[in-house]
Design a protein. Structure first.
Ligand code: ATR
Length: 270
């Protein structure tokens, strides 16, 4: 029997998740169907209830529903509670909805796959919105020497750092507070979408540093372009997308797909 999964978002037509999960299913032989559903902006909960009433087993959740998805969960994971958001829902046999967030794990896996050493690293994270909140716990669990959050609105970075202060050496402030060098700089702002670059000092990167943008595209983002010009190795977020999907697939099917071939295919299709 084919089990049904989906990704909820609005808009959702450009989502790469159906192609990624179809590739995982083909690779593992799991009998699943995975579709994209544009949930109504004012009723995500209704969309999830309808999907599961019609036999749906689980779903991914993307913009703008991750927080509402968290609120409807009966049993959110510890890291989902920290993030206040979920990107993965699973209907239990008892009819309860379990929720987890796999974005941070996806980011850490992708960095590790690229050979980036997080333990002892000096990390700068740009941005203090939902995307950043969702990845902080796994990043801090990897044991960096320090993690600075810098944001256009300094107060949001300070508040975020305070929320995660029990997990490691973390601080927050405005872009003016950024003093390098850093071993890893992660862009979690949506500035790239607008073609903007956060104001950053020229001596940001340590020798051998990595710049990571949680966004991706056919071209390097403005941030990655700038980082490459300033001596950093540039990595975009396509690998994070595939790795978070693999973690969701594992939660649903208890099978861990190989991500490399799926990522290579996706890269070709950009
Ligand atoms: P997401 O869920 O993608 O994190 P968000 O919660 O709206 O979206 O957060 C967007 C982040 O990008 C914020 O950190 C925002 O900075 P502010 O908190 O000051 O708004 C940041 N951002 C968006 N556009 C930016 C720009 N042009 N330059 C710098 N930072 C920007």
């Amino acid at each position: 029997m084919t089990d049904r999964y989906c990704v909820f978002g609005n808009p959702i037509s450009h989502s790469k998740s159906p192609a990624i999960h179809a590739a995982f299913a083909a690779q593992t032989g799991e009998a699943i169907e995975y579709t994209a559903i544009a949930a109504p902006l004012d009723d995500f909960t209704g969309a999830w209830r309808r999907f599961t009433a019609e036999g749906g087993r689980g779903g991914n959740v993307t913009v703008p529903f991750k927080e509402e998805a968290f609120r409807l969960c009966d049993t959110p994971s510890q890291r989902a509670r920290r993030a206040g958001a979920v990107n993965t829902l699973l209907l239990g046999k008892n009819g309860l909805t379990y929720g987890d967030t796999t974005d941070g794990i996806g980011l850490v896996r992708d960095l590790t796959r690229h050979g980036v050493n997080l333990a002892g690293a000096r990390i700068l994270v740009l941005g203090a919105g939902g995307a950043v909140r969702g990845v902080l716990e796994p990043l801090l669990a990897a044991g960096p020497a320090s993690l600075l959050i810098a944001n256009r609105t300094a107060e949001k970075a300070e508040a975020l750092a305070a929320d995660f202060g029990d997990l490691g050496t973390i601080s927050g402030g405005g872009f003016g507070a950024v003093v390098g060098p850093f071993d890893l700089v992660i862009n979690g702002t949506s500035a790239s979408l607008a073609g903007d670059l956060p104001p950053l000092p020229d001596d940001l990167f340590a020798e051998g540093a990595t710049a990571y943008d949680m966004m991706y595209g056919a071209e390097l983002t403005v941030f990655l372009h700038w980082a490459a010009e300033h001596g950093a190795r540039s990595i975009d977020g396509l690998g994070m997308l595939v790795e978070q999907a693999a973690e969701s697939f594992f939660l649903w099917r208890n099978r861990r797909p190989e991500t490399e071939p799926v990522l290579a295919e996706l890269r070709r299709s950009l």
